[in-house]
Design a protein around this ligand. Structure first.
Ligand code: TRP
Length: 337
């Protein structure tokens, strides 16, 4: 057996991916994106982060939309501070090793095993027609992770089973081919720090149509904030604002609390008590200035595609080099070379 010792100074690898689906809103930002970028920035890990376009192809089958959303998600993460000098940031489809390794994993995985995956069972329970790519989703994801010897994989709670599947497949491969090729990743469940209320007081979510877009212009911000529900009851499903005991108008306050300290807000909401219009205007002002630099960076990227192209080209190169080295061992282990 060939032994590839890791140097002691090498940082543990972090692998994660983002599907280019959905328009980003400030709920995504405060709920997950910000923490994700901070984790990548901490310096404890060597991060590989990619846009999971081949995963998205299962549900997004429109070429223009794929191109546009892929670019948007890359620009969004760069705008909020993902540093391409410290992160290998790339597109999944730019690195053929992902799908190649997925195939090899397919050959050592049984259908009944994959039929136990939550995502598959949920779709089946809803009587949905499931394409083979969706059924096979966990295998491509296992390849994504194992190719780079990920030590940790930051994901939401809903993705935990996928990491367990990746661990299973790593062990199975190593056992069958009698070589210690893959190491076992650990999930890092991202805590959802803030539950961000939408303009109707329910959790902010694309599916409720209650979002404030992350890159909203000032006019758009104003429009959304002015339509925040302020009647005493709010939305019947409203919980977020009530839980933190906000002064009225509680839905306005709850959003405000994301960008201003509690002390500052106490003064402001006491001073303008009852003047909902004024409080909303202040919120517009604060959101506008909070996101000003992020928006400026986004606009800069939007006006010069070469920046994103360069980041992705570099990421592709780095990811290819590493994954190709791994694939050479894999191909040898299975006997195709
Ligand atoms: N399945 C993940 C999600 O829906 C996206 C993803 C694809 C991913 N490949 C990955 C996450 C590898 C972490 C590591 O969010």
């Amino acid at each position: 057996m060939i032994c590839y010792a890791k140097s002691m100074t090498q940082k543990p690898v972090l692998v994660s991916a983002i599907k280019p689906t959905g328009d980003l809103h400030i709920g995504n930002y405060f709920g997950a994106m910000r923490q994700f970028v901070e984790l990548a920035r901490e310096g404890k890990y060597r991060p590989f982060i990619f846009v999971a376009d081949y995963h998205a192809l299962n549900s997004m089958q429109d070429a223009d939309e794929m191109r546009r959303r892929t670019r948007e998600i890359v620009m969004a993460y760069l705008a909020i501070g993902l540093d391409p000098a410290e992160v290998t940031f790339f597109k999944q489809s730019d690195v053929p090793a992902h799908t190649e390794l997925c195939w090899i994993f397919d050959t050592i995985t049984t259908m009944p095993y994959l039929m136990r995956a939550h995502a598959f069972k949920d779709a089946e329970a809803k009587n949905k027609e499931i394409n083979v790519g969706t059924f096979n989703y966990p295998m491509l994801m296992a390849a994504d992770i194992l190719l780079y010897d990920a030590a940790i994989v930051p994901v939401g709670q809903d993705q935990k089973q996928h990491i367990e599947i990746a661990r299973d497949i790593a062990e199975k491969f190593n056992r069958i081919f009698k070589e210690d090729i893959f190491s076992l990743p650990e999930p890092y469940i991202m805590p959802e720090v803030a539950t961000v209320p939408g303009i109707d007081g329910q959790k902010m979510s694309k599916s409720y149509g209650n979002v404030i877009p992350l890159f909203a212009s000032r006019d758009e911000l104003a429009k959304r904030v002015m339509s925040v529900v302020t009647d005493s009851g709010g939305h019947p499903m409203s919980t977020a604002a009530v839980d933190i005991g906000c002064p009225p108008p509680k839905n306005v306050y709850a959003i405000h609390a994301l960008v201003r300290s509690k002390e500052e807000l106490e003064t402001i909401y006491a001073e303008h008590a009852g003047n909902y219009k004024m409080l909303k205007e202040l919120l517009i002002e604060d959101l506008d200035s909070y996101f000003a630099s992020i928006r400026a960076k986004y606009d800069e990227l939007k006006n010069d595609f070469s920046i994103v192209d360069d980041v992705l080209a570099r990421g592709k190169q780095e990811a290819r080099t590493l994954s190709e080295a791994k694939m050479e061992r894999v191909r040898h282990a299975v006997g195709v070379v």
